[in-house]
Design a protein around this ligand. Structure first.
Ligand SMILES: [Fe+2]
Ligand SMILES: [Fe+2]
Length: 187
């Protein structure tokens, strides 16, 4: 009986791998969706402001990221996170709230989010490199990771760190982003 329960070590894990790839795409789709909503909130509030164009540029890149994962989910019949309506509302609220505090604080929000996303994407790149899996997905994530880093740098260039209460805001946004990632992986 004990023998029966023991699984051969070389057992291929197509299902597990498939599940893991689905998890990666689900959480990345959720993240890019959240990013789109954050920028929509910021764009609405900063209309006519000096950094509106800057935010619009980043927004457009997020739309490209989102589109990729949307297509992947549809093609591979992966369900999106059931929390999407929550990210719809909370993403927008976070974007609008930070922009209401001023353009620097809108930039601080970007810096905090992108710092988390950069780490998140990097760990997926490492994982996909180790398993030699799905190199197209890996290349896309690399490209997106680079663009998220660019967003972070643009935030810093636009004086994000001069925001009043920067460290506090940064920590709150980071914790929120990390929590959203954790939840979107599984739910
Ligand atoms: Fe993105
Ligand atoms: Fe981004």
């Amino acid at each position: 009986m004990g023998l029966k329960m023991k699984k051969p070590r070389h057992l291929p894990l197509p299902n597990n791998k498939k599940d893991r790839l689905a998890e990666i795409m689900r959480v990345d789709h959720a993240g890019e969706y959240g990013a789109k909503r954050i920028y929509e909130g910021q764009l609405n509030i900063t209309r006519g402001g000096a950094l509106h164009k800057e935010i619009k540029d980043m927004y457009e890149q997020e739309l490209t990221h989102l589109k990729y994962f949307e297509t992947q989910l549809a093609q591979k019949r992966i369900r999106p996170t059931i929390l999407q309506p929550l990210w719809h509302a909370l993403g927008y609220a976070l974007g609008a709230a930070t922009a209401l505090c001023g353009e620097k604080s809108a930039m601080a929000c970007t810096v905090a989010v992108e710092d988390v996303i950069e780490e998140h994407y990097q760990s997926q790149i490492d994982e996909l490199s180790n398993s030699n899996e799905d190199s197209e997905l890996k290349e896309k994530i690399k490209q997106f990771r680079d663009e998220e880093l660019e967003h972070r740098d643009r935030g810093i260039a636009n004086k994000a760190q001069e925001t009043f209460g920067y460290k506090t805001l940064y920590n709150i946004v980071q914790t929120a982003t990390k929590t959203a990632i954790l939840l979107s992986k599984k739910i």
